[in-house]
Design a protein around this ligand. Structure first.
Ligand code: COA
Length: 239
């Protein structure tokens, strides 16, 4: 019988990512698929994907190809055959007809969520690891926060989570859901968050547009956020 040696850092990484995947499944429900993986330079890409990172440094190639691999795993869970996931004009992944989804990377790992459009019109996810959360510059609040934003409600997060880091991650998830839907770039200060325990609502300035979100921490190593637009909200937003 072959002996598989998994280094302890890799094991921890995988364990954390799998716990994040469980949480994402719970949030996005049975009409969604989830893929996670440590960053792995051996993941194959389709030619159009390869072309996108042709001139990129190897680290970027690896996170991009791992993200695509996670996305294909997520699609496969929903019965979709393997195929390319091109890059859209806003740097967003372009999903197969009838699907929406989102990809996020950290230093060590990637996650992707894909959902049927019948279930969610748009989704966004973000993973932020503990070290990255701790190094967010205090001055970042200037360009991250909305003038009417109150961070106090995020106080139910563990002590190692800086409120600004949670806000940053939640806004990234909301932006990833909103930006392809609106077909434009969305900035942090356009979005106002309201936190509740384990959840948040992101409202886009000047529009009757909201996305519902969730947040959690995983094994004291990772902040995970998710945002989703349902059919009802999407209809209001487009009208
Ligand atoms: C766009 C943004 C959300 C990406 O997040 P990030 O912290 O750089 O990195 P993450 O690893 O969490 O996510 C990266 C993934 O987000 C996805 N992504 C990038 N731009 C996106 C967009 N406009 N809409 C949806 N998803 C997007 C991609 O899948 C990308 O990975 P890939 O290039 O390997 O496919 C982030 O740069 C951001 O919040 N910017 C806000 C301000 C801004 O720049 N606005 C303009 C962009 S909308």
């Amino acid at each position: 019988m072959p002996i598989i040696v998994v280094r302890s850092a890799e094991f921890t990484q995988l364990h954390v990512l799998q716990a994040a995947a469980d949480q994402l499944r719970e949030w996005f429900g049975p009409s969604s698929g989830v893929g996670v993986s440590p960053i792995d330079g051996r993941r194959p890409m389709f030619p159009e994907e390869e072309a996108h990172v042709q001139r990129a440094v190897s680290r970027r190639r690896d996170e991009f190809s791992t993200g695509r691999w996670c996305a294909r795993q997520a699609l496969a869970e929903l019965g979709e055959p393997f195929g390319p996931i091109p890059v859209g004009p806003l740097r967003n992944p372009v999903w197969p007809e009838g699907f929406t989804g989102s990809i996020s990377h950290t230093d060590g790992g990637c996650a992707a969520v894909v959902a049927r459009c019948a279930a969610w019109k748009a989704v966004g996810i973000d993973l932020l690891d503990r070290d990255a959360a701790a190094t967010l510059p205090a001055g970042a609040g200037r360009f991250l926060t909305h003038r009417h934003e109150d961070l106090a409600a995020s106080a139910s997060a563990p002590a190692w989570v800086p409120p600004l880091a949670l806000l940053f991650s939640a806004k990234e998830a909301a932006i990833k859901a909103l930006s392809p839907w609106l077909q434009r770039f969305v900035d942090f200060h356009e979005i106002r968050l309201q936190f509740d325990e384990g959840a948040f609502t992101a409202t886009l300035d000047g529009a009757e547009m909201k996305v519902a979100g969730w947040w959690t921490t995983v094994l004291d190593k990772l902040i995970v956020t998710g945002a989703a637009m349902n059919a009802k909200t999407a209809k209001t937003a487009k009208s």
